[in-house]
Design a protein around this ligand. Sequence first.
Ligand code: SAM
Length: 226
Amino acid sequence: MMKFSIITLFPKMFAALTEFGITGRAITAGQAEVVFHNPRDYADNKHNNVDDKPYGGGPGMVMQVAPLRAAIKAAKQETADAPVIYLSPQGKPLTQAKAAELSELPAMILLAGRYEGIDQRIIDRDVDECISIGDYVLSGGELPAMTLMDAVMRLLPGVLGDAKSAEVESFQQGLLDHPHYTRPEEIDGQRVPDVLLNGNHAEVEKWRKAQRVEQTQKLRPDLLKD
Ligand SMILES: C[S@@+](CC[C@H](N)C(=O)[O-])C[C@H]1O[C@@H](n2cnc3c(N)ncnc32)[C@H](O)[C@@H]1O
């Protein structure tokens, strides 16, 4: 069972992950657990403020050290050796290989930033790793955290109905997926390739492998460089 401890100002956003589809079922089945720590609950001022103006001036607000550090401490009490991962545009890119690596862990603490981000001293002292979901800026770390959790959860044992699904998906073996077809055999003049209809499994496998290479060459040649 994988435990995700999430540090977020907006725990309700995570319903999109915890209440639907494969990830929702993984939680109901006890293959994953999600708990929340809201920095606002750890703020020590009367208005529960967790942010303040940036030193040096400039736009926006910055999340303060104290509430975040207290929330991280509380999360660590539940999951002693879990790494603290800060979702950040400045982090290392999330890849399928990274998701596979994280899926081997028993637990992780995910820190979702808001505003202009978090005080650097949290990154320097409390965070083990920064992960980005891409070269663009979102309003908060909640969607990035959910993206990471979804990618990790589907790799946990028993989460996908057929474990082979994960093995043949895009980015496994550095290739994109092959095309998929389902009934009917023909629609609006478009036919399913004959090779998929003749029941010859070896031929199907050969075709799919060739398609994976072709799709990758056509759509993501950068993947083939490695
Ligand atoms: C508006 S962003 C802060 C952006 C920051 N000032 C910068 O330019 O790098 C607020 C929060 O959203 C999250 N975030 C935004 N884009 C992200 C991305 N591409 N990957 C991971 N987290 C992201 C981070 O947690 C960040 O603290």
